[in-house]
Design a binder for this molecule. Sequence first.
Ligand SMILES: *[C@@H]1O[C@H](CO)[C@@H](O)[C@H](O)[C@H]1NC(C)=O
Ligand SMILES: *[C@@H]1O[C@H](CO)[C@@H](O)[C@H](O)[C@H]1NC(C)=O
Ligand SMILES: *[C@@H]1O[C@H](CO)[C@@H](O)[C@H](O)[C@H]1NC(C)=O
Ligand SMILES: *[C@@H]1O[C@H](CO)[C@@H](O)[C@H](O)[C@H]1NC(C)=O
Length: 364
Amino acid sequence: MASFGAERSMEFSCIFLSLFVLFSFDQTRAQSVPAMYVFGDSIVDVGNNNHLPLSIIRADFPNNGIDYPGKKATGRFSNGKNAADFLAEKLGLSTAPPYLSQPNSVFVKGVSFASGGAGIFNVTNENLIKHTIPLPHQVGYFSTVRQGLEKELGSTAVQGHLAKSLFPIVIGSNDIINYFNSDSDASKKSSPQQYVALMVSTLKELLKGLYGLGGRKFLAIGLAPIGCAPKQRFRNITGECNKEVNYWSNKYNEGLKQMLNEVKAELKEFHYSYLDTYSVFVDFIESPSTYGFNETKAACCGLGRLRAKLPCTPVSQFCSKRSDHLFWDIYHPTEAAARIFIDIFVNGSGNYVSPMTLQQLIAI
Ligand SMILES: *[C@@H]1O[C@H](CO)[C@@H](O)[C@H](O)[C@H]1NC(C)=O
Ligand SMILES: *[C@@H]1O[C@H](CO)[C@@H](O)[C@H](O)[C@H]1NC(C)=O
Ligand SMILES: *[C@@H]1O[C@H](CO)[C@@H](O)[C@H](O)[C@H]1NC(C)=O
Ligand SMILES: *[C@@H]1O[C@H](CO)[C@@H](O)[C@H](O)[C@H]1NC(C)=O
């Protein structure tokens, strides 16, 4: 029973690839981004959940981090660095620190509110043993951070600072995963159409809230085909992707794109790049060798079929060659996959990024 509990929790916690961002610029442009304020889930969590003592949704134990400098389990849901690290690197910034590690600091160079297991909804992954920083609370924390910045910089300068900063938003996977869990309350209460529409409308209000607090440049990261994560494949006898979960991930992305367009029309200084994570993942799965992957179905770290029966823990097996696996654990990409994602977004101007590239967003 113990292991069953652990398995379940990991699966809820997860998130998977909603993913990543990024782009390229020369150093001069990179220097024009003073800070990143990162919102999201485990794809970009760099250690916030280490500070949620009552939550089992965490990654601050091995084998996580085996490829991180010093083999350190930092709380990243990865064998090494994650998308937030690579994004920062490309911008010439240090990775934004986890907010909960130093909540009283003044974050002139940015901060991360991202929390493993977090959703757009307050109720996603919230119960006796699972806690996260849901997106609405992340926005609340940002409001506090903004007050600190205003004290430090003054009210005029803080506006200029935030207007040049980037706001990556990597969220939604956990809400979808939870809905499609067999015992989910949400699926008893609403149809998938209603649920996905509520995700989008709730996110819309939160984005408008961030705009009200001074955010102007947003990186909106679409969902990956979540039905192809090892945990979802494991549920199918032949290891196929879960088509229904993929269908609704894609529907959510369509709703997100339309919503972003609406917000843009409503708020004249709202700018964004939307990243089509779904297509990137489909490419990974359909042409693995192009990207140096040899294994796109099984997790690297875990136990059982597809290493997805039980999650990644200190006693799990892990693959010897992490760089040829798409997935590190039942839901999260490897460091290698995160790095390639960022590269693709950097290089692949029009293909995966709309309505403008990151360079264009930064140049505004
Ligand atoms: C989510 O939590 C925040 C902060 O506690 C609260 O202000 C907000 O009303 C909640 N949202 C919903 C939809 O319940
Ligand atoms: C496994 O996936 C295939 C392809 O989507 C589907 O036809 C089949 O019904 C699935 N089996 C189970 C047990 O879900
Ligand atoms: C992965 O590598 C093994 C051993 O080199 C090879 O037999 C297999 O075909 C490869 N699989 C893929 C999907 O490239
Ligand atoms: C992106 O561009 C860099 C530099 O031109 C190159 O080294 C890298 O292989 C490219 N990556 C992808 C995924 O196209």
